[in-house]
Design a binder for this molecule. Structure first.
Ligand code: GDP
Length: 484
C-alpha cells in the first residue's frame, strides 16, 4: 500500500540520516513564480559567502564549508545550477524556468552554537533541494474527486467571467458531445487538446490566471504527449448512474482514474511525502498587476496548494501519507520591484491572501509563515527631486523590448522608475477587487521587468555575490534550527 511504502521510505531516509544527516527541502510555486532564480541565488550566496547577516550560522562564522555533492536519487534530473548561474551572472539573463522536478544536494559543514550540540552532532548537514512545479501540487485534490466532481468543478470555472472567453472553443465542443455516445480516439484526442490549449491560455502574461488541474496539462515534464494526458472533463454529466460501456464518458473516466494512479500518486509518494521543509513562492505583484480576477484566482490556487500541507483530522493527506513537513514558508517574490517601504506591505497583503485562502478550506493557517523577498535584487534604491519634492525611485536596466511611457528599452540602458506604493492597509486590496474593472491593475505599482543586476566589485577586485532582499531571513527560518 502507499502508506506502507511511505513509512518504509521514511525509515530508510532516517537510517541513512544517522550516518550522514540530510533534509529534503521542497521549493515550489506556480510557473514563473521564481523557483529557479530562488534556488540559484540561495546556492550561490551560500557557496560564495554572500551578505547574509540574518542567517545566524553563516553570520557568526560557524559555517566552515559549503559545497555541492552528487544527489542521492539517481532517477531524478539534477538542478542545472551551473547553467543558471552562468545565465544570471555572465549573460545577465534570467535562467530557463522550472519545467519538471529536479534536485541538487548542498552540503554544509558547520559548528553548533552550543557546546552540547557540538558534542552530539557531526556538524555536517546535507540539504537536498527539490525543485518541482506547483502545478503538480494542484493535482493532489484530484485524488479525492471522482470524474463527475472533477468535471463539474472544471466546467464551473470554465464558465466563470475570468475564463469564459478562453474556454469557449473547448466548452462548445465538449457540450456538443453526448457523453453516452460511443467513444472514438480521434475526437477524444481533439477534445483533450482543446482543453489543454484553454488551460495554457489562462497562464498568458496578460491574464496571469492560476493553473487548474490536471497540472501535467501545463507542465507535462517527461509525460509530454503520453496517453495519460489525453482526457477532458465533460459537461452536464447525469448526477447519478454510471458510464455506459464503450462511451466517451467511460473512456474519459478511465483515463482520469489512470492519471491519478500513474501520475499523481507516484509523485506524492516518491517526492512530496518525503519533504522535510517547504517554501512556496508566490508572485502576488504580477497578479495584482493583471487585475481582480487574477488576484481571486491566485487566492483559489493558494487554497488548493495549502490544502496539501494541512495536517490533522479530515485532511486528505493525513489519510494517504504520513508527512514530515512542519512549517511552510510562503515567499512573496520579486520584492525588488518595490521601494523598501512597501516590503512589509507586500508581506501583509500576502498574509491576508493566505488567511483568506486558508479560511476557504477551513484551515487555521497555523504553521504557515509569510515573507516578502527578492532572491535576486535587480534594482537599487535612489531618490530624485521633482519640483522640490524628494521621490523614492528604483534604478535598474529594463529588459530589452520593455516599454515605459512610450520609450522602448534596448536592454542596456539604466533607468529610474517610480515604483509606486502598496496600500498601507492590506484589506484595501481586497475591497478594491469588487470595484476595479475586469483586467485593470488593483494597485498603483509600476511593474517593469528588469535584467539581472551587474555584480559589484570591491576595491580589491573581488566580485560580490548576488544581491537579494531578505533571502537571509528566509534561510534562517528554514534552516536555523538544523544548524543551531
Ligand atoms: P519558475 O518558473 O518558478 O522557475 O520561475 P523563474 O525562477 O524562472 O522566474 C521567472 C521570472 O521571474 C524570471 O525569468 C525573472 O524575470 C523573474 N524573477 C524571478 N525571481 C526574481 C527576483 O528575485 N527579482 C526579479 N526582479 N525578478 C525575478
Amino acid at each position: 500500500s502507499d502508506e506502507a511504502r511511505i513509512a518504509f521510505d521514511n525509515i530508510a531516509d532516517r537510517a541513512a540520516g544517522l550516518i550522514h544527516p540530510s533534509i529534503r527541502f521542497g521549493v515550489t510555486g506556480l510557473s514563473r513564480a521564481g523557483k529557479t532564480v530562488f534556488i540559484t541565488a540561495l546556492v550561490h550566496n551560500l557557496l560564495h559567502g554572500g551578505r547574509l547577516p540574518l542567517f545566524n550560522a553563516h553570520h557568526t562564522g560557524r559555517i566552515a564549508r559549503t559545497y555541492l555533492e552528487p544527489q542521492p536519487d539517481d532517477d531524478v534530473p539534477r538542478f542545472q545550477y551551473e547553467d543558471h548561474v552562468r545565465a544570471l551572472i555572465e549573460d545577465r539573463l534570467w535562467p530557463d524556468s522550472t519545467r519538471a522536478i529536479s534536485q541538487l544536494r548542498l552540503t554544509v559543514e558547520y559548528e553548533s552554537a552550543s557546546g552540547w550540540n557540538r558534542m552530539l552532532s557531526a556538524g555536517k548537514l546535507s540539504i537536498d533541494i527539490v525543485d518541482y512545479p506547483g502545478e503538480w501540487l494542484l493535482d493532489l485534490p484530484l485524488l479525492a474527486q471522482d470524474f463527475r466532481e472533477f468535471s463539474a468543478n472544471a466546467v464551473e470555472l470554465a464558465r466563470s467571467r475570468a475564463r469564459a472567453d478562453l474556454a469557449e472553443q473547448w466548452l462548445a465542443r465538449a457540450t456538443a458531445i453526448d457523453p453516452k455516445a460511443t467513444a472514438d480516439e480521434t475526437s477524444a484526442r481533439e477534445l483533450a487538446q482543446l482543453f489543454a490549449t484553454y488551460l495554457k491560455a489562462c497562464k498568458s502574461d496578460a491574464r496571469a490566471l492560476s493553473t487548474l488541474p490536471p497540472g501535467r496539462f501545463i507542465m507535462p515534464g517527461d509525460l509530454e504527449g503520453s496517453p495519460a494526458l489525453t482526457f477532458s472533463p465533460l459537461p452536464d454529466l447525469p448526477p447519478t448512474g454510471s458510464a455506459p460501456k464503450g462511451s466517451v464518458w467511460a473512456m474519459m473516466e478511465r483515463r482520469f482514474e489512470s492519471y491519478k494512479q500513474v501520475v499523481v500518486k507516484p509523485f506524492f509518494r516518491e517526492h512530496f511525502a518525503r519533504l522535510d521543509k517547504q517554501i512556496v513562492l508566490v508572485d502576488a505583484l504580477q497578479a495584482m498587476n493583471a487585475g481582480p480576477d487574477a488576484v481571486r484566482d491566485l487566492e483559489r490556487a493558494l487554497g488548493d496548494i495549502l490544502s496539501c500541507f494541512r495536517t490533522g483530522r479530515n485532511s486528505l493527506l493525513t489519510s494517504l501519507f504520513t508527512r514530515r513537513i512542519g512549517r511552510v514558508l510562503i515567499g512573496a517574490t520579486k520584492a525588488d520591484h518595490l521601494h523598501h517601504e512597501s516590503h512589509d506591505r507586500l508581506e501583509a497583503i500576502v498574509r491576508r491572501l493566505v488567511d483568506r485562502a486558508a479560511e476557504r478550506i477551513h484551515y487555521s493557517g497555523a504553521g504557515i509563515d509569510v515573507m516578502a523577498l527578492a532572491a535576486v535584487r535587480a534594482t537599487r534604491e535612489a531618490s530624485i527631486d521633482e519640483g522640490g519634492e524628494t521621490l523614492p525611485v528604483i534604478v535598474g536596466t529594463p529588459i530589452r523590448g520593455e516599454k515605459i511611457a512610450g520609450q522602448t528599452f534596448d536592454g542596456e540602458t539604466k533607468t529610474a522608475v517610480f515604483p509606486g506604493d502598496l496600500p498601507e492597509k492590506p484589506d484595501s486590496i481586497f475591497e478594491a477587487l469588487d470595484q476595479k474593472p475586469h483586467g485593470e491593475p488593483v494597485t498603483d505599482i509600476n511593474f517593469v521587468r528588469f535584467r539581472p543586476p551587474q555584480l559589484e566589485r570591491t576595491a580589491e577586485g573581488i566580485t560580490l555575490s548576488l544581491p537579494h532582499i531578505r533571502l537571509d531571513r528566509a534561510l534562517e527560518f528554514l534552516f536555523g534550527d538544523d544548524l543551531a
